[in-house]
Design a protein around this ligand. Structure first.
Ligand code: ZN
Length: 180
């Protein structure tokens, strides 16, 4: 059984099984991974509060068939969490990352971009997108063909502000848009 000590950014948390959670975590050494947290839905679970989405954590995990959490500790209380607007923006980014990233492709530069953004309060969406090869400067709105670009919609669309309005009124779509 392999054990890893990594830094990670918690992207999402979903219930699985009777008492467990499955976390999507972007890590410095392994890239995006899904990690199962045993009994983390028990009220007495100490791990679960450390594994809220947007938390930066130190993580010890083991792998046997799948990844499991051994230990998790918040590494840095994120100052941005205090601002509702920053929090919503950061949540949009991580929602999009889940649609953009493939599992287990390490990218320490991307991790640093996410980490430094969070520590400053707000992840820089345009930096993340251009790092991933998605530069709005080279794109036009697919709806009307015009610049300027107002929003990014994962996995690969840039929309202008006017056209984005057609989609933005539904909350289903809102979560996926990154304002630029
Ligand atoms: Zn347009």
């Amino acid at each position: 059984m392999l054990e890893y000590a990594v830094k990670g950014l918690v992207l999402s948390r979903n219930p699985i099984g009777e008492l467990d959670n499955l976390y999507n975590i972007y890590t410095d050494k392994l890239g995006l991974i899904s990690v199962r947290g045993g009994s983390t839905r028990k009220i007495t679970s100490k791990l679960n509060s450390h594994l809220d989405p947007l938390n930066l954590v130190f993580l010890r995990i083991v792998r046997k068939n799948y990844f499991r959490v051994v230990d998790a500790l918040i590494s840095d209380p994120t100052p941005g969490a205090k601002s509702e607007a920053n929090r919503d923006y950061n949540l949009n980014i991580i929602e999009s990352l889940l649609r953009l990233l493939e599992s287990e492709i390490p990218d320490s530069d991307l991790f640093l971009l996410l980490e430094s953004g969070l520590k400053a309060g707000r992840i820089r969406g345009t930096d993340i997108l251009s790092h991933l090869g998605l530069d709005p400067a080279f794109s036009a709105c697919p709806e009307c063909g015009k610049p300027p670009i107002g929003y990014f919609l994962a996995p690969d669309a840039f929309l202008c502000r006017d056209c984005a309005k057609k989609f933005l009124h539904t909350s289903v779509w809102q979560k996926s848009f990154i304002p630029l």
